[in-house]
Design a protein around this ligand. Structure first.
Ligand code: SF4
Length: 321
């Protein structure tokens, strides 16, 4: 525990170090530099300009280059789909994604809200500016240079901000000296169908199933099925929503590392795919490609549950600096 003036010893940098640091920055040849720390990790300096550059590229790539896991999920769905129209639509969606990838054009006209996840190594020292502004600038450049639709507006006047900012940024401090950034553009149609609820503890697992399946049923064709259903269980009101969103980053076709949640995912998916909504809501077995769940402990009086629905344009790209 830090007492009295102890915090100053920890956080005030000796003047000599500031001077060295500034002169290194003025030399400014490389974005990355290393220095020793007293706990074995190598401290790295990262110029935020590098973050802006990476973010710009990630925004463009995420919007045009659908992951191989989604292509494979389309193939598996075609095999299982009973509706001829459903099969046709799934093939069209795959073809659309193939053309987007090849011609580097957006998979969908809705290029989404730029949601950015940052895992910031605690042994990284950011230099050259402000992390938040560097990210916003990367999004600004990516949406401008990639000719991606700007979809962000003032909630009342609906005036467009003009550059798809602000991005939504979720930053997490992690061990190490690297920075991992993930850009996950989120379309409005599927985001609108998402919900958070506070179940009662006695609702149990059956309560979760009921709510999630009902949410998908009520959403119908609005979130452009086949969807991926992200589910966040536990934490607090806002944390459940974040868990649901984060669960969407897991590759399609991968197993949940928790066997109990893995089982629950497949039970909910089976129920969803019996609803008959089908690809694009025109009937069939493939209403959702997957259900992904993330869970954490909650308060003894609470049972938060969030459902974040993701359309078939399941876009996200990551980079590590
Ligand atoms: S929900 Fe997805 S597929 Fe539908 S319009 Fe929005 S981004 Fe495009």
């Amino acid at each position: 525990m830090l007492v009295n003036g102890d915090w100053k010893k920890r956080f005030i940098v000796p003047k000599s170090r500031i001077t060295n640091h500034e002169s290194r920055l003025r030399a400014g040849t490389s974005a990355l530099r290393c220095a020793g720390t007293n706990h074995g990790e190598k401290m790295r300096e990262v110029d935020v300009k590098l973050i802006t550059e990476k973010l710009r590229d990630l925004c463009m790539k995420a919007n045009t280059d659908l992951g191989e896991d989604v292509f494979q999920a389309f193939d598996r769905a075609v095999e299982k789909e009973e509706s001829p129209l459903g099969v046709e639509i799934l093939k069209e969606l795959k073809e659309n994604a193939r053309i987007a990838k090849e011609e580097k054009v957006p998979i969908c006209q809705d290029t989404g809200f730029a949601v950015v996840f940052v895992e910031l190594g605690q042994d990284v020292h950011l230099v050259g500016g402000n992390l938040n502004e560097a990210i916003q600038e990367g999004v600004r450049q990516g949406y401008k240079d990639g000719y991606l639709r700007k979809s962000i507006c003032h909630p009342f006047t609906r005036a467009n901000t003009g550059d798809n900012t602000p991005a939504i940024i979720h930053t997490e401090l992690v061990p190490g000296n690297k920075i991992k950034m993930t850009v996950a553009p989120k379309g409005g149609g599927s985001e609108n169908m998402s919900r958070v609820t506070m179940l009662t503890p006695s609702d149990g697992i059956e309560g979760i199933k009921r709510f999630v399946v009902q949410r998908v049923k009520e959403s119908g064709s609005n979130p452009c099925p086949p969807t991926i259903v992200g589910v966040g269980i536990g934490g607090t009101f806002e944390q459940a929503a974040l868990l649901a969103k984060k669960s969407l980053l897991r590759p399609l076709g991968s197993k949940n590392p928790d066997p109990e949640l893995d089982q629950l995912e497949s039970e909910i998916l089976t129920e969803i795919n019996q609803l008959g909504i089908g690809p694009q809501g025109l009937g069939g077995r493939t209403t959702s490609l997957a259900v992904h769940i993330l869970m954490m402990p909650c308060h003894i009086a609470s049972f938060p549950l969030a459902v974040n629905i993701q359309c078939h344009a399941q876009r996200h790209k990551e980079a590590v600096i």
